[in-house]
Write a protein that binds this ligand. Structure first.
Ligand code: SD4
Length: 301
């Protein structure tokens, strides 16, 4: 049965995303199938400025998507700067299973997706296009810290990537991460979400970690890998996330005051923890006991 199964994900919409993944886990499905199902839900059913079809575009008005998927046995796949494909996480899984590679980008990623049977479709919503036209008036790239959630003016245009980690009944872990990245990014910019070890890392021997926030900081610190390695050295998931946040701050103390970084981790025993740079990060936890648990992450600021 699904006894010890569990799925966790970033932000408040992690609750329904977890429920989509739980359908798989509750039937004895694999962690890998579960995180793909949960991420797919976020890509197409959620309308959010930082994930999937409702995402905000780059500074040239192009909506480009990044995603990754990783299994506890070390297999992984990712796509970056993918345009006009609804389900980047599923393309990432095809990269993992049907190609000799780990990461495909841009036109090549789209070409591969089409060869694999995915439909090209224009994704930019009228709302996202209007937000971009508004942004063009100032052209100021100034990521805000989960503005909406803190009740600040302006839209929350930078945080809301979904990172999801699952543990299945067999004790296997898997993770997925999918995003439209930072709104108004330079065309061609790739964040942490499709970089294995930055936005996502999974190791069946230890645990799994994922991230949300300004991806440059995660890449700089190989952050999700760092969280998993800290758990390997004996830290709890929460301690590991906290130490990784400390590392981010130590590297760039000034920048850390104005940008958000959030980590979420689960070890192979199913213990869950999180830590953020700034307050406002929430994450969702779902298991056989409870499918709608939303928790506040501790933070430094
Ligand atoms: C990125 N980490 O592309 C993503 C953005 C994000 O919540 O997490 N938003 O840098």
């Amino acid at each position: 049965t699904h006894g010890g199964a569990k799925v966790v994900s970033t932000w408040d919409f992690g609750v329904p995303a977890n429920q989509a993944a739980w359908k798989v886990l509750a039937q004895g499905g694999s962690a890998l199938d579960a995180v793909e199902a949960g991420a797919r839900w976020a890509e197409s059913e959620l309308c959010n400025p930082t994930v999937g079809h409702c995402g905000n575009p780059d500074r040239d008005g192009v909506l480009s998507l990044d995603a990754s998927i990783m299994d506890g046995d070390g297999r992984c796949g990712a796509v970056a700067a993918l345009v006009d494909i609804l389900h980047p996480v599923s393309v990432a899984r095809r990269v993992m299973e049907n190609s000799p590679h780990v990461l495909l980008v841009g036109e090549g990623a789209q070409q591969f997706a089409v060869q694999q049977g995915f439909q090209r479709q224009h994704l930019l919503t009228p709302k996202a296009e209007a937000a971009w036209r508004e942004w063009l008036k100032t052209e100021k790239y100034a990521p805000q810290i989960n503005a909406e959630r803190r009740g600040l003016p302006g839209n929350s245009d930078n945080h809301d990537t979904i990172g999801m980690l699952a543990l299945d009944a067999k004790g296997n872990l898997a993770g997925a991460c999918t995003t439209s990245g930072m709104a108004w990014k330079l065309h061609g910019r790739v964040g942490d979400s499709p970089i294995i070890g930055a936005g996502l890392y999974v190791d069946n021997d230890v645990g799994a970690a994922t991230a949300s926030g300004v991806g440059e900081e995660m890449i700089r610190n190989a952050a999700s890998f760092l969280v998993v390695e800290l758990m390997r050295q004996g830290r709890s998931p929460a301690q590991a996330c906290r130490e990784a946040i400390d590392r981010v701050v130590r590297k760039r103390p000034e920048a850390s005051r104005t940008l958000q970084v959030c980590f979420l981790a689960m070890n192979k025993q199913g213990e869950v923890g999180a830590y953020a740079l700034h307050r406002g990060f929430v994450y969702a936890v779902c298991d056989a006991q409870r499918q709608d648990d939303l928790r506040d992450s501790p933070s430094i600021y």
